[in-house]
Design a binder for this molecule. Structure first.
Ligand code: 2AM
Ligand code: CA
Ligand code: CA
Ligand code: CA
Length: 261
């Protein structure tokens, strides 16, 4: 896509994010319909569905040829990474949305033939957006975002998934102990924002494609390292234990991983 097309896409999606933040902040004050999915800790609300339907409807008009992979199932049954795919996570951190009413995000990413094009992550309560792509640059709201300092694990905060830290015997506790400190946010989007803006040196969690698609685009565009800690390389249609880190921290984590595999 050329610069003018990327610019138009960015402006359009930023407009959708304004609408979505209005919808969500209005709904936060109302009574929500809360249902469970795979377990009593896996929640979905009417707002998750409403926002995904908003995105799907607007994406279909803006980019009718593209496929849509959304968490709540209003998109397409995507079978291949060929062509353009929009990854949509309407509310990321639904548990935080329901219980804390802050620290949740909305995420969109566009890939073409499996390669990153553009992405947007918005901290909804703070109306704080990181957006951009490899051929566009990365912006924190209106300002260009510089690459975070290349800090080693011992000097930085690592963000981990709470479930894996608690239940996984190998690996995660060692990583938490090797960092200067560790954090658990309950939202992949919020976690990515911390790494992208240099507040943390790494984020590691097992996730589905709509959880990591936007974070991966923005991290790669900023020169952060992206990979997995499973035996499989990153697959844009499957779950993966996705690691985003500064270069030094990435190497530190791979070194520590040698001792647990
Ligand atoms: P979600 O809120 O969009 O589902 C912490 O729970 C992070 O892991 C969130 O980003 C959450 O995204 C994601 N996650 C992925 N699978 C989950 C599951 N089965 N239950 C709860 N959270 C999940
Ligand atoms: Ca969910
Ligand atoms: Ca998510
Ligand atoms: Ca979600």
């Amino acid at each position: 896509m050329n610069q003018a097309q990327l610019q138009k896409m960015d402006e359009t999606v930023l407009g959708w994010l304004d609408d979505v933040s209005d919808i969500v902040m209005k709904r936060v004050c109302q009574r929500m319909q809360i249902e469970t999915k795979s377990s009593h800790r896996d929640l979905v609300t009417n707002v998750d569905r409403e926002v995904e339907q908003y995105y799907v409807q607007h994406i279909r008009t803006f980019d009718p040829e593209a496929q849509i992979l959304g968490e709540e199932g209003f998109g397409d049954a995507v079978k291949s990474t060929e062509g353009r795919i929009w990854y949509v996570d309407p509310i990321d951190g639904t548990m935080n949305f329901v219980k804390q009413q802050d620290e949740f995000a909305t995420m969109i990413a566009v890939y073409e033939d499996g390669e990153p094009v553009m992405a947007w992550i918005m901290d909804i309560t703070n109306h704080d957006v990181v957006h951009g792509g490899p051929d566009f640059g990365v912006f924190h709201n209106e300002k260009p975002l510089q690459a975070p300092a290349d800090m080693p694990l011992k000097d930085g905060l690592i963000i981990l998934s709470g479930a894996r830290l608690l239940y996984e015997e190998k690996g995660f506790p060692e990583l938490a102990k090797s960092a200067i400190g560790y954090r658990v946010y309950g939202s992949a989007g919020i976690s990515y924002l911390h790494v992208l803006t240099g507040k943390a040196v790494a984020y590691l969690s097992r996730m589905r494609p709509w959880d990591f698609a936007a974070g991966v685009v923005l991290a790669k565009s900023l020169g952060l390292k992206v990979g997995t800690i499973d035996e499989h390389p990153l697959n844009m249609l499957l779950s993966g234990s996705v690691l985003v880190a500064t270069e030094k921290t990435y190497d530190d984590i791979k070194e520590i991983q040698k001792e647990w595999t």
